[in-house]
Every structure is written in C-alpha cells, then in structure tokens.
Design a protein around this ligand. Sequence first.
Ligand SMILES: [Zn+2]
Length: 205
Amino acid sequence: MRFLHTYICIVIKTALKILNIFGVVLLAFSMQCCSSFSQQTNEIKTSTMDSLKKSGAYSHTDTTQVNMSDDEWKKVLPKDIYNVARLKGTERPGSSEFEHSKEIGTYYCAVCGNALFRSDTKFESGCGWPSFYEPISKTSIIYEDDNSYGMKRTEVMCGRCKSHLGHVFKDGPPPTGLRYCINGVVLDFEKAKDAEKKYNDQKHS
Ligand SMILES: [Zn+2]
C-alpha cells in the first residue's frame, strides 16, 4: 500500500513537472507570437504613414482637404484601417489600446493626421471604444445622419479626409453631454511630451 502511495506521488510529481515545462514553453511561444505580431503591426503602420506622407495626405499642420479615390485609399491603407475609415466598418469592442489609455496628448486621424481630440476630453464610457466628450475644434469633425441597421444615429467623420471615425451619442458627461464613440484603429496618438520635444528641436535646428 505504502509502495503504491509513493508510486502515485512520483507519477503526479512527474506529470506536474511536464505540465510546468509545457506551460513555460507555451507562454514563451505565445509571448513571441504577440511581440512579433505587434512589431509587424507597427511596421505596417510606419510604412503606411510613409506612403501617406509621400502622397501628401498625412500631415499634422496642413489643413487643406484630402480628396482621394477609393482605389487610391485601398492601395495605401492597411485593411483594418480601410475597413473602418472608408467602408464605415466597426472594430471589435474592447480591441483598441486607446480605450483605457490615460496618456496626455493629442489624438489625430490615422488616415490624414488631422487633429481630432485632446486627451483631457477623453473619458471611460465602458462602451468598448475610446470615448470623448468634445472634438478639438468645430471643423475637425463632420456630422452626418446615419439610419443604417434600423437605428437613428449621427455618424462622425474626419473634417479633413472624410474618413468614418464612429458615432456621437447624447449620453455623455458634462460639459457637453455628448459621447463621441470612436474606433481606435482610425486614431493616431502623440504624447504631449513628444510633441513639445519635436517643437523645441525644430525651433533650435
Ligand atoms: Zn482624416
């Protein structure tokens, strides 16, 4: 009986060891996958920004309207941005890194670089998408009635390139009482500190 007990203990301990090793390997593998995926996403985003900058579409300072054909957008935008920005799609709720971000800075249109929202107008709405109560200026956003899917909503688009951003609802916090529910994939964020550094570097160069 005693022998059997020791034998079972050894078997359990060995099984646990194997599981442990397997778990570590699995964790290392998944971490590798995640980091290479995010690296890949960043690389795609950087090359997109480069091609948009070359085409003159992406700028934080140029306020002239961007008019590009659907074919042209399809060539320069990654699929996830194209689906939301040009086909008025919606990203999966809870999928944006910006949803719970508390970083101080400015949110720009990821398609054309137009300034859209300041981080101090961002709030936790719990709706699954980054939410703001006020755009950066009256001209930064265009509004349009959206009666799709049997709902009466107000669509929000970028004032410079007319990319679909999301919708605005009347259940937001003071002072506006509005909730701009925005797809994170069409947002670009610049930290205030980075913007200040860039400005100072340009001033002294
Ligand atoms: Zn835009």
